[in-house]
Every structure is written in C-alpha cells, then in structure tokens.
Design a protein around this ligand. Structure first.
Ligand code: ATP
Length: 430
C-alpha cells in the first residue's frame, strides 16, 4: 500500500467547443497515458456536472477528475503527461474554449476545495477564488486561452457527491468517425433498456421514439448509458449493435440525476440569478401558451410574484401546466437565468402539485321565473331577466370547473431533462 504522498488527483475542464471534442474523452486519454507511465487509476474517474445555469458552458457543463496512485517523486511527470494530452486534444483554436488542468497531491481533499466544488454545482464562482485555492494548497496548474477553465477543474477535484451519485459508461468512436452520423440499432437499444431497467435509465424515449444514449454533436462519444449502479453497464453496452467499431469505453461516477444543483428557498426574493431552486407557492393566474409554443404561468408567495415557463421543447409537460388554476398549491423546481427585457422567469424542470384548489367562474343567477340567465343591473344593484323582466338581488352563482389535474409529481420528458435533474422515481444511491 502506497502512502498518501503517492496519490495525485487530476482535474480537467473546458476542452471542447460546439465544433467538437468532449472533456470525458480527454480524461479517458489522460488515464490511458498516465497508466502507460506507471500511474494507476484509483477508483472511478468523476464526471461532475456543474451549475447548469452557467452562461459559459458549451453544452452540459461537465468537468472531470481522476485519482491515481503513483510512485512518490513522479507526480510532476504525470501532470506533464496530462497537460500534453490536453494541449493535443482541446479545441484551442476556439476562443471560448479555455482548457485547464490541475493537479492536487495526496488522496484527501482539503475542506475548502470540497466546499468550492459543492458551490460550483449550485452557483457562479470567480476565477480568482479558484486561483486562491491553487496557491493555498500548492496545486499545479495549466490553462490555455485564459484562466476560466480553472473553476471547473478545481470543482472536479473536490467534488464529494453530497446528494448521491450515479454512473455512466461512455463508449468512444475511432477518430475517423468523429462528425459522421451515428448508426445505433434501435431494436438493440430497446432490448437493452427492457433488460436492464432496474439499473439503467434514460436509454429510450418511448413517447418520441428517440434513442437517448447517442448524442447529436460532432464529438468522440458514440453512446453513453446511465445507471444507478455500475455492475450492469458493461453488459448493457456490449448488448448494443452499431455500424462501427467501439474504440474504447470507460465508466464514470457522476452527479447526474441527483438534483444536487437545486437550492431550496423559502421566498421568491431569495432566488439568485444563475441558480436552480425549489420553492413552494400558490398559482396566481390562468396559464397561457404564447407564440412559439411556450407556456407561462405566475406563482405568488408572500406578496411577490414570479413567472414560470415551460418552454416548447418540454412538449407534453406544457399540458400539465395548462391545467393549473389560481389557488393551486405547488412546489416548483427550475432555474433562473435573467434575460434583458424579460420578466424574472423560472425555467421549469418539474413540479409537484400539492393541493388542487376549487376553481370556477362566478356568473349571474338564472331567472327563477323563466330560467333565462339574468343580467346585472350594475354593482350591488341586483339582476334583471332579459326575457320576463323579473328583478332580484343576491350573490353571483359559483360554477365550479371540473379539475382534471390531481395532486402528484410531474416532470419534463427525458429529452428535455437537464443532466443534473433527478427523475422523481429514480432511487439514487447516497
Ligand atoms: P461539456 O460539453 O464537457 O459537458 P461544457 O462544454 O458545457 O461541458 P465547458 O466548455 O467546460 O462546458 O465550459 C464551462 C466553463 O464554465 C468552464 O470554463 C468552467 O470553468 C466554467 N464554469 C463552470 N461552472 C462554473 C461556475 N459554477 N462558476 C463559474 N464558472 C463556471
């Protein structure tokens, strides 16, 4: 057994661009290269999804880390191996790609780095705060095109899965296939989904007939299968049929589907920009679907109002929102990304209907003489029947609407779900 001075942790972030690459692939290659130089991967590499509201992200805001057992004195050699891979593979010609690699010596992570990591999933952090930690803990680092990637690389180093964890096996394509269409046999995906359902999730969207495991980006990933445990993953991958060779694969421990990004808040005034929250509130008005198919609704809490949005890609989830009525008690989950000229809006991920209110319309009473609907004579002046002219006073009649929605949980379809968002029925390990 080697002592703790012979462990290193490598963190990497921001290597890809919309044109290509994937930080998981970069880490996969680092693990291979460090392995060739005698470093031994310790445990699973971590695939950490950071704040999904971060405006700098390219796609899923992933950052990666891995721990290695190395010969004491070889730490710098392995760091150089990692930086060479990052330099070789990153999309550095893209100005918004700011790759960073960090190396922390030892296996135990200082508490302030763990806290930094936990915050990076929920909030926005500064580059300066990452650099302060680097100096304090003698962390070796390299950044290209600017220091921004340091935030994600530092967050990956210290993440301790406070809300639980899941796994993902990622299969990679050979380089000649990058950017070409992925041909994945649909039947084999459905069969794999049926056979591994107690372990894997999000393989196939049966509503839209969409294969969920294959991305649509020009990156090196062929497929990724997610699971609550890792034992089922290799068999699941090997049961799939592709029209190309799998160039390699790796299992990552992840915070996907854990809801770790969600901050519970008691009041609307506590919601900070670029965060995701959950709040209990009352529906304020009737929902409305506007141009573009986006559905909006206001909630109210302690005299403050907030707009909720179920955007067009959330498809059938919008029908649930359209069934809500003023007075319904709800717990909502969503992110707040301020946009110029738009009201403060929470982009909904899921909703729990706690209490369905009695809702209806007030209308003038029916004439007790001839049965026609009466007309109001003015405020507090009573009613007159337009047919028989009968006059009377009294309260308006309440016509209750038959409510269709019931108390329960409702979420966006899996194709619109954020990586971090936990499906209500998923039993994530802690
Ligand atoms: P991937 O495609 O690998 O899923 P991504 O490409 O969407 O991830 P990156 O390209 O890694 O995202 O870019 C995200 C950038 O934002 C990185 O530079 C990272 O350091 C930075 N970042 C991530 N989370 C935060 C945060 N909470 N606060 C500040 N900066 C952050």
């Amino acid at each position: 057994m080697q002592d703790s001075s012979s462990f290193i942790k490598i963190g990497v972030d921001d290597t890809d661009s919309p044109d290509g690459m994937c930080t998981t692939y970069v880490m996969h290659k680092i693990i291979q290269a460090v392995g060739e130089k005698g470093g031994k991967l310790y445990g699973f590499p971590n695939l950490v999804r950071l704040n999904p509201s971060c405006p700098y992200k390219t796609r899923g805001n992933a950052a990666l880390s891995a721990t290695f057992a190395v010969n004491a004195g070889d730490e710098r050699k392995h760091f150089d191996v990692a930086t060479d891979i990052v330099l070789k593979l990153s999309e550095i010609s893209h100005p918004r790609t700011n790759p960073a690699v960090l190396m922390l010596k030892g296996r135990d992570v200082p508490v302030d780095i763990v806290e930094f990591s936990r915050s990076a999933v929920k909030r926005m952090l500064s580059v300066e705060s990452a650099i302060r930690l680097m100096k304090k803990h003698d962390i070796a680092g390299m950044a290209i095109n600017g220091p921004r990637g340091m935030v994600g690389a530092m967050a990956a180093l210290g993440y301790d899965f406070p809300s639980g964890y899941t796994y993902e096996i990622i299969a990679y394509r050979s380089e000649g296939m990058w950017g070409k269409p992925r041909i994945v046999d649909r039947e084999s995906v459905i069969k794999m989904d049926m056979q591994t359902r107690s372990c894997t999730f999000d393989n196939y969207d049966y509503t839209s007939s969409e294969i969920k495991i294959a991305p649509h980006t020009p990156c090196p990933v062929l497929v990724g299968i997610r699971a609550i445990d890792y034992q089922c993953l290799e068999t699941a991958l090997k049961s799939l049929k592709f029209e190309e060779r799998v160039a390699g694969y790796r299992i990552y421990k992840t915070n996907q589907a854990t809801d770790d990004h969600i901050i519970p808040v008691a009041g609307i005034e506590q919601i900070e920009p670029y965060t995701s929250v959950t709040i209990e509130a009352t529906v304020k008005n009737l929902p409305k679907t506007e141009t573009g198919g986006h559905t909006f609704l206001y909630i109210e809490k302690n005299g403050r109002e907030l707009r909720l949005a179920a955007y067009e890609p959330t498809k059938q989830f919008r029908n649930i929102i359209m069934q809500l009525r003023p007075g319904d008690r709800v717990r909502v989950y969503g992110s707040y990304n301020p946009k110029d000229g738009e009201p403060e809006t929470l982009n909904l991920e899921k909703i729990e209907v706690l209490e369905v209110a009695q809702y209806g319309r007030l209308s003038n009473p029916v004439c007790p003489v001839c049965g026609h609907r009466m007309k109001s004579e003015g405020k507090e002046k009573g009613y007159q029947c337009p047919k028989c002219r009968y006059r009377m006073t009294g309260p308006k009649e309440f016509k209750p609407e038959k409510r269709v929605i019931t108390a329960g949980v409702y979420e966006v379809p899996s194709r619109a779900r954020r990586h971090l968002s936990k499906p209500f029925n998923l039993a994530v390990k802690k």
